[in-house]
Write a protein that binds this ligand. Sequence first.
Ligand code: NDP
Length: 240
Amino acid sequence: MSKVALVTGGTRGIGEAVCIALKNAGYKVVANYGGNDEVAKTFTERTGIPAFKFDVSNFEKTKEAIDQIADDYGPVEVLVNNAGITRDGTMHRMRFEQWDAVIQTNLASCFNTCRAVIDSMRANQFGRIVNIGSVNGQAGQYGQVNYAAAKSGIHGFTKALALEGAGKGITVNAIAPGYVDTDMVRAVPEEVLKKIIATIPVGRLGKPEDIARSVLFLVGDEAGFITGSTLSINGGQHMY
Ligand code: NDP
C-alpha cells in the first residue's frame, strides 16, 4: 500500500519538487498551501496531487485539516515541513508582526503539524518527518533575525523529536538548503543575489529538485538508521 505523504507549502518552489518526487516514487501525496489559490489550482491540474488550503501557523486549523486528510486518504506517515516565509528587516526596523509571522509560520508550524500526526505514527510504529531548515539558520544572515531564529529552532526541534521517535520507528531529520532558485529567492534584489551567488562555491543557485531528491532519500523505509541529522545542501557554501 502506498504511504500517505503530506508536504506543507507543497504547491510551488521546493515543496512542489518534493511532491512530484514523492508521487513518482509511489507515495500518495497531499500538498498544503497558505493562500495562493490560483497557483494551487494549476499545481493540482498539472500534477494530479490534491492541495489543501490551511495556515500551518494556526494550531486548530492545522489539526482540523490533518484529521480531514487522514479521513480522506489515511493517516499521514510521511510529513515534510516545508512551508516558510521571509519578512526581512534589520533589528532596529523590524516590527513585532514581522518577527511573529516568521516564527509562527516557519517554526511553530512544525509543532502544529507534528502534534497532529504523532499519535498515529506512534500507534503504527512508523513515521518519517523531514523539516526544511536553512543555511541562514546555521550561519545567520543580515536582516533576518526572525528567519535565522526560526530556522535554527528547527534544528533543535528536529534533534529533540528524533530522540522521542527513535524507539517508535519514527525518524526526524532536517535539511538545510542553501540558496535555491524559487520565488523566495527571486524576491531578493538582483544586486544582492549576484553577491550571494559569488559566495556559492559551485557557482550557481540550487534547483528545487536538488532538495527533493534528498527528502526522498530520508523518508525511505531503508533510511531508518538516519535520525536527528541535518543534511546541508548548499553548493559548498559552508566550506569556508
Ligand atoms: P516559496 O516561497 O517558493 O513557497 C512557499 C510555500 O509555502 C508556498 O506553497 C506557500 O503557499 C506556502 N506557505 C507559506 N506560508 C504558509 C502558511 N502560513 N501556511 C501554509 N502554507 C504556507 O518557498 P521556497 O520553495 O523557496 O521555500 C520552501 C522552504 O525552504 C521554506 O521553508 C524556506 O524557508 C526554505 N528554504 C528556502 C531556500 C531558498 O533559497 N528558496 C533556502 C533555504 C531554505 P502559497 O503559495 O499559498 O503562498
